[in-house]
Structure formats: structure tokens, C-alpha cells
Design a protein around this ligand. Structure first.
Ligand SMILES: *[C@@H]1O[C@H](CO)[C@@H](O)[C@H](O)[C@H]1NC(C)=O
Length: 322
């Protein structure tokens, strides 16, 4: 009997290789097809020139996501503010970090998506942070833009996941009504598809991709975010997939020129600034709070950062000094 096995396995081998090459070619083709134009680095540089004049106040400062906080942060030397965009039940853009008002409002509760703009504007979101902040309201996006222009602050506007209709409509209107904001406002998000949709609508809009290697699996203080084991494992796999994708193909498909890595990923060398600078991508980090870290990012890495404490020595705002 003839011995044929080697011939068989050679043709199987050739077949498998052909399929793999075909899949690879298809992936490359799709990535090129869907890749968005790269955002001009010069515009990011002009924006960061302004952001470099001082720290960027994380959540705008204290009380978070309020106009009063913008003013305090400015008086303490902030160059800009980072705030969170969300929507009232009747579709108005407002600034709030959580899905509910429970943590920040003293006299109301519930999901922001279940409250109308009128109901949201009645809440006091200042007094929990100190009596001197009593009466602070949840700002509308327009109110926030007015104050940023008045105080010459740059704005990092964070987009959450979820429905994109409100987000796209709001952003389109914002830049139609205030085209001069194109170099003062940067849209940032942990959610790549959100940035993709924004840039597909208008590639001239400046966007930054926020990234933390363990974002879904652990809090920044190292606590697991998910109690069930399978969720914990799944979160870890997704985190790694996003981190790997960002480094290999996602950054190019998004066409971004600004990445916002978590400070820990830089300090622990999981993010290599030189790799990104070589790709023409600028970096802004968060949330840099201690004096030592501030010195390191300012003088050694020379990287703009967001902070909960605009002033040094972890000092909080004190009413008597403003
Ligand atoms: C919440 O408190 C403020 C005063 O700080 C008040 O003006 C407002 O009417 C209150 N809103 C509600 C819903 O009770």
C-alpha cells in the first residue's frame, strides 16, 4: 500500500496558510476602508499650549461639575476644566458625572434621565461640599461654555457610553453656534465607538481617547469592580483587548492625535510616551494629585495633567483665600 500521508498534510498546510493570509488581507482592507482621517497634530499642539498654562481641574473642581467650581479653579491657576456631559429626560445637555443625582444633590434623588431640565435645575449640588457653595446648580452645557469663554479656560468634555443621538446632535449644534470653540473644546471618552461616530460626523472635531488598562476590572484604588467571578474575568479580557487594540490598530482607525492615559499606566511603564510621540499622538494624563507626581509630570515628563487639587500640597479650596 502506498504511503500518502505527507502529501495530504502538505495540501492541508497550504490550505490553512491561504485561509490565514486571506483573513489577514481582509482585516487590513477593512481597517483601511473604515479608517478616519488623522486629526492634525498642529491643532492639538495649539490646544495643549493653552492647557499647559496650568493644571486642568478634574470634574471642573469643587463642587464637581459646577460653574462656581470653574471660577475657583481659574482663580487657583487652572488652565482648563474637565467635565461630564449627560442629558435630562427632555434631552437637554447638562453637566453631571453620575447616572443619578443622589451623590451630589442635597435635596433630590433619582436618575438624571428621569428628571426634566427644570427639575434638575432646582437641585442644590453645592451645599454637600460646604455651606459657602450653597445654591450651586447643575449647569447646562451652554452655561458651561459661556463661563469657559469668559474665563479663557479650555474644556475637556467627557462623553459617556450609551445613546449617541443626543450627543451627536448636541455637538453638531455646539460647533455650529460657536465655531470659534473648535480649538478650545476637546471631546474625550473611554468609549471608542462614541469618538468614532463623532469624528465620522465631522473629522475636524478634536477628540481624545481616554484609556486605563484595568478600567473595567479594577477601580483606581485596586478594588475589583465586579463581584461575580465570570464578570471579573470577562472585564479583564475586555480590558486587555481594548489596551492591545489601542496600541495596534484602534488609534489609527479613530485617527486621533490625543490620548489620555491613566497616570498609573505611565508611571508603571505600561504606556510608553515616546512610542506615542513617534506616532504623532500627544498625551494628557489624569488624575495627578500629589505634589511629587505633579513635579514629575511637569518637569520630567512635561505632560499636561488633570488634577482634583489645582493648588499644590493637596490643599482644598478655602473660601477665605479667594
Ligand atoms: C433645593 O435647595 C435650593 C436652595 O439651596 C432651593 O432653591 C431649591 O428650591 C430646592 N429644590 C428642591 C427641589 O427642593
Amino acid at each position: 500500500m502506498e504511503y500518502q500521508a505527507p502529501m495530504m498534510s502538505l495540501s492541508v498546510f497550504v490550505g490553512v496558510i491561504s485561509i490565514l493570509v486571506g483573513i489577514w488581507a481582509a482585516i487590513i482592507f477593512l481597517l483601511r476602508l473604515y479608517r478616519l482621517p488623522k486629526f492634525p497634530k498642529s491643532r492639538v499642539d495649539a490646544f495643549l499650549q493653552k492647557a499647559w498654562r496650568g493644571p486642568v481641574a478634574h470634574r471642573g473642581g469643587v463642587p464637581e461639575n459646577t460653574l462656581g467650581a470653574f471660577r475657583v479653579s481659574k482663580s487657583q491657576g487652572a488652565s482648563g476644566v474637565e467635565v461630564d456631559l449627560t442629558f435630562s429626560k427632555d434631552g437637554h445637555p447638562v453637566l453631571l458625572h453620575d447616572a443619578t443625582v443622589d451623590r451630589t444633590a442635597s435635596n433630590g434623588s433619582g436618575r438624571v434621565a428621569d428628571l426634566t431640565l427644570k427639575q434638575l435645575r432646582e437641585l442644590d449640588v453645592g451645599i454637600k461640599y460646604g455651606s459657602e457653595f450653597a445654591g450651586e446648580r447643575i449647569p447646562t452645557l451652554n452655561g458651561a461654555l459661556d463661563v469657559c469663554e469668559e474665563l479663557d479656560l479650555v474644556l475637556f468634555l467627557e462623553l459617556k457610553g450609551g445613546s449617541t443621538d443626543n450627543v451627536l446632535r448636541t455637538i453638531k449644534e455646539m460647533f455650529l453656534e460657536r465655531p470659534h470653540l473648535a480649538d478650545r473644546v476637546c471631546l474625550v471618552s473611554f468609549w471608542p465607538w462614541m469618538l468614532y461616530k463623532v469624528r465620522r460626523m465631522d473629522p475636524k472635531i478634536m477628540c481624545g481617547f481616554t484609556i486605563r488598562r484595568e478600567e473595567l476590572q479594577y477601580t483606581t484604588s485596586g478594588e475589583p469592580k465586579n463581584q461575580e467571578l465570570w464578570k471579573h474575568i470577562l472585564a479583564g479580557l475586555v480590558d486587555r483587548a481594548v489596551f492591545w487594540s489601542t496600541h495596534t490598530w484602534l488609534w489609527e482607525v479613530l485617527g486621533i492625535s490625543l490620548l489620555l492615559p491613566y497616570k498609573g499606566d505611565i508611571l508603571e511603564k505600561r504606556i510608553d510616551p515616546d512610542l506615542w510621540y513617534g506616532r504623532g499622538v500627544r498625551l494628557v494624563t489624569w488624575t495627578v494629585n500629589s505634589d511629587d507626581e505633579k513635579t514629575h509630570f511637569e518637569n520630567v515628563l512635561r505632560m499636561p495633567y488633570m488634577t482634583d487639587y489645582v493648588r499644590r500640597q493637596g490643599q482644598r479650596y478655602q473660601a477665605d483665600t479667594v
